[in-house]
Design a protein around this ligand. Sequence first.
Ligand code: PMV
Length: 328
Amino acid sequence: MNRRESIASVPGKIILFGEHFVVYGNPAILMAVDLRLDVFVKVIQNSNKIYIRSDDKKNVADLINFELKNGKLSFFDPIMFTCKMIFKQRMIQDMGLDIKIKSAIPNGIGLGSSGAVSVATTAAISSLFKKTNKKNVYIDAMETEKLIHKYSSGADCLISTVGGLVYYIKDQKYKKINYKDNLSFLIIDTGIKHSTKKMVQKVKRFSEKENMQFLQIKKVAYDICNEAMKKIQKSDEVEIGRLMKENHKLLKQIGVTNKAIERIIKISDKAGVFGSKLTGAGGGGSVISLVPSDEKKRIERIIKKQGYDVFPVRIDNNGLVFKKIDSL
Ligand code: PMV
């Protein structure tokens, strides 16, 4: 039985360890955070129009005429692509959709907003037609994510789908990490939006030009990630902080940090964090700092005073949630 409307909700994410190297088969440690994105979908009968509204953008287009063009993707292209893919799978015709996206995940700063849109849109649209599950949603969302950057490790879509704290290797089974205490992180926005695609291409060029050096750095990143997993299980904040600093040095060596990131790391260190590093693709985006829980407010204030947006986050254990599915 087809449905009339549905709502899917997903969390954003931070990468605690292993970004970039995860594209080349290394493990990464991912954490879903309690900044969520919701997608509301309503069926419009006997129409081919797809209406998309996000917080500050809107678009209406005919699904039948939709084709991806070469070159830069618009915000709406991946969503239209998702609609087309699901309609084709389910052999749906003469149906339009009204899609509304409401997000607390800032975009372009390494918090997984594009992966979150892909997962939540896929989930909301596919649940209109028949029961679906997290695994199928992830597989379909990855098709859309690969449009955004074709070497995607799948990390963002995975963590938005399953939530929690995860040890992840591309194309393999992921492991949920058991942790004792909730670690306290601050996310600090450099104010500079980055393009994940460009940063991944930059690292690819480095890995080709400086292959031996890249392989050595990648090996160190591998060891840091595995060590960090043990320390997280023990909630050893001092050691986790130290390993974050070590991980950041490697990201510096492959050329994905910049002045703004380094400045924030310095300010955070001075304020008394356990450790900081860039998170996600780098070249702007965000810095994460692990802070003592009882010092969170004080450190947040110091960093804000320097003019930065700060998001105090906690882990989100729910991942993808199908909030509402209404029958016709
Ligand atoms: O898009 P971001 O900033 O969340 O970064 C994605 C993480 C990378 O490791 C750089 C790319 C990937 O596909 O894993």
